[in-house]
Design a binder for this molecule. Structure first.
Ligand code: NDP
Length: 244
């Protein structure tokens, strides 16, 4: 493998499965030192065993500001600097707005939106120092809202809005902000949906198309993160060819 990320330090949230795991493995294979955060630390330990390079597993709940600050501090303590933050942790609890269990809304806003904000806030001084890169895992739902996905889309539209403001604030100080917007990608994301109708619809959709794989998204993240310093890849929208 070419070592395009050699010497770089990366922190990936939500690396215990799916897209985050693939991003961590791919950046590690490209030579980066990678700190990986999630709540299921056993999975992060297994990931560290499989990775080609140095991987630091961190217990992390992005919805908890103290946990967020501790994870950033531990990354700096171990690796000395931070070049790339990948805000990937997220969940999609689909369902109609009418009659919804609002604790699911709290979890999505707390993780997808506030978690991204807290992580960005904690890491930003270090990224300004290194002239680093922030990669936000948004979604096609950050551009188009659909029935049954209102609150999820609200969190992803929120991530996109925050990221554009952030870009304007930090780009001339050398920090790149990258928004990645995947379409349907095969991960455990839809298995956590509690509403049986929404969960069945997602499972059905997966059988009707050649879905994206986590590695497809990792390739997009690696592309953006390995550009020369004067090139800012601001947005990557990537759908399965079969997805309308
Ligand atoms: P997965 O469910 O496979 O992975 C989600 C990851 O987020 C897990 O590692 C999980 O780890 C972590 N996570 C959840 N809550 C928290 C938390 N509070 N603190 C820290 N980590 C947390 O889903 P995907 O890989 O599909 O999703 C990754 C991102 O990609 C999400 O932001 C999602 O919205 C986005 N996305 C996914 C698409 C898809 O079709 N799959 C399409 C578009 C965007 P743990 O439970 O161990 O904490």
């Amino acid at each position: 493998t070419s070592q395009t990320m050699s010497g770089k330090v990366v922190l990936v949230t939500g690396a215990s499965s799916g897209i985050g795991e693939a991003v961590a493995l791919s950046l590690s294979a490209a030579g980066a030192k990678v700190a990986v955060g999630a709540r299921r630390v056993d999975r992060l330990d297994a990931l560290a065993q499989r990775a080609e390079g140095e991987v630091l597993p961190l217990e992390l709940d992005v919805a908890d500001q103290a946990s967020v600050r501790a994870a950033v501090a531990a990354t700096l303590e171990r690796f000395g600097h931070l070049d790339v933050l990948v805000n990937n942790a997220g969940l999609m609890l689909s369902g109609l707005i009418d009659g919804a269990d609002t604790t699911e809304w709290d979890r999505m806003v707390g993780t997808n939106l506030l978690g991204t904000l807290y992580m960005t806030h904690a890491a930003l001084p270090h990224l300004l120092e290194s002239k680093g890169t922030i990669v936000q895992l948004s979604s096609t739902s950050g551009r188009i809202a659909n029935a049954g996905g209102g609150v999820y889309a609200a969190t992803k539209f929120g991530v996109n809005a925050f990221s554009e403001a952030l870009r304007q604030e930090v780009t001339t100080r050398g920090v790149r902000v990258v928004v990645v917007e995947p379409g349907f990608t095969s991960t455990e994301l839809t298995t956590h949906i509690s509403d049986p109708v929404s969960r069945a619809m997602a499972a059905q959709l997966a059988t009707q198309m050649r879905t994206l794989q986590p590695a497809d998204i990792a390739a997009a993240v690696l592309y953006a993160a390995s550009q020369p310093a004067h090139v800012a890849v601001n947005e990557i929208l990537i759908r399965p060819t079969d997805q309308t």
